[in-house]
Write a protein that binds this ligand. Sequence first.
Ligand code: EPU
Length: 456
Amino acid sequence: MTALENDARNAGAQVGLDANTLTIRGGRPLSGRIEIKGAKNLVTKAMVAALLGESPSILRDVPNISDVQVVRGLLEVHGVKVSEGDEPGSLRLDPSAVESAHMVDIDAHAGSSRIPILFCGPLLHRLGEAFIPDLGGCRIGDRPIDYHLEVLGRFGAVIEKLPSGIRMSAPEGLVGAKIELPYPSVGATEQVLLTAVRAKGKTELSGAAIEPEIMDLINILQKMGAIIAVDTDRVIRIEGVDRLEGYSHRALFDRNEVASWAAAALATNGDIFCGGARQPEMTAFLNVFRRVGGAFEIEDDGIRFFHPGGELKPVVIETDVHPGFMTDWQQPLVVALTKATGVSIVHETVYEQRFGFVDALVKMGANIQLHSECLGAHHCRFGQRNFLHSAVISGPTELHGADIEVPDLRGGFSHLIAALTAVGTSRVSNVGIISRGYENFLTKLEQLGADFTIEN
Ligand code: EPU
């Protein structure tokens, strides 16, 4: 099977992914140009927003990833007609026949995705009820939904826990509320936005997340007819309206994918141009990339990332909510840090268990210790809770080939990079998970000159 056929099959798999394996012969620099499409973490929410419109929406630059297929399936079981849009890679979403779906169908289409929770606000407005099955997502800690349920309750949703999931209803309709999040959660902020835009009256959200993907969701909702103001202090004010129309929108590029390929360029001594990448959403990453010793050139149509020669330098970083250093950027970068001369520290403050991927790196020869203390400038929520959420990476170390298994999306990409930098051959299993968030990653690896074969 070719890389292209395998990418297409993985992205098309709606429930569960083919657990397939790559044999990677490391040591070749990755070099060339790849194109980056819309952000997974925006596109999937933009597709849900289409449920709120009284007319069809058009979304452009939709990546060919399995998380998009999952949301497409979920929209279709709710009666939304999804078809190709007005150019390749675009979708037309027609919500004129939205209907309730059975829990078992939602469950079957949701797979391991957490997206169904974001259907609740729009479905409560349109149908007066919503169901969500038990939710999955990457294995990176508990990933609870307590903020979501609290938020929906504040709008007036009645929440009933059933053995198979949760049923919600809104017998009185939903009404705007004053809400304060205990932590700037991306998902809970999106929940508030998708619910408040059609709720009766005003909503004030404080402690909101302000990630660029959230700002782009706000752009979309404003195009649909919503009234949303964003203050500088994490306060978002929304005035509910009676009716929203469809939107036409080109999605923000995937900055997590860009950071991943940039780290791959650095770790493999390579040179990768990411077409479609832009500077403003990547500032925090670019600063760290430069401090480690990577080089970049910002062009109108993308960003070139390369290893300029010389030693890589150690860094101390803390992951954080925007505008900080994103949690999704640390896993690929840690592989590059194994090549840096000296001791680096990564303090993960967003998820309590996001270092599961380092076991494989250690097996390959990396020198990484995990600690439960907060090894950073700040104490985070996980400091007193025995979670191994600080990593100390000593380098430089040479990685050697090994048999490793992909644990989750971002950790999986870091495993690919590790195998690509390693001396010798690695077998990386369960790589199907990576197509949840990286469009055509096997084809891109081939274009960039990676030496690998696909086992099935
Ligand atoms: N949290 C709660 N209760 C909740 C919701 C969140 O305690 O009800 C906690 C989480 O457990 C976590 C923290 O709040 O410790 C932040 O979670 P957040 O809600 O911000 O994350 P999310 O919306 O579930 C999105 C992305 C993640 C990304 C985070 C942080 C999507 C589909 N997922 O998750 O992306 O890491 O924001 O930016 O948008 C990925 O792409 O690989 C990925 C995991």
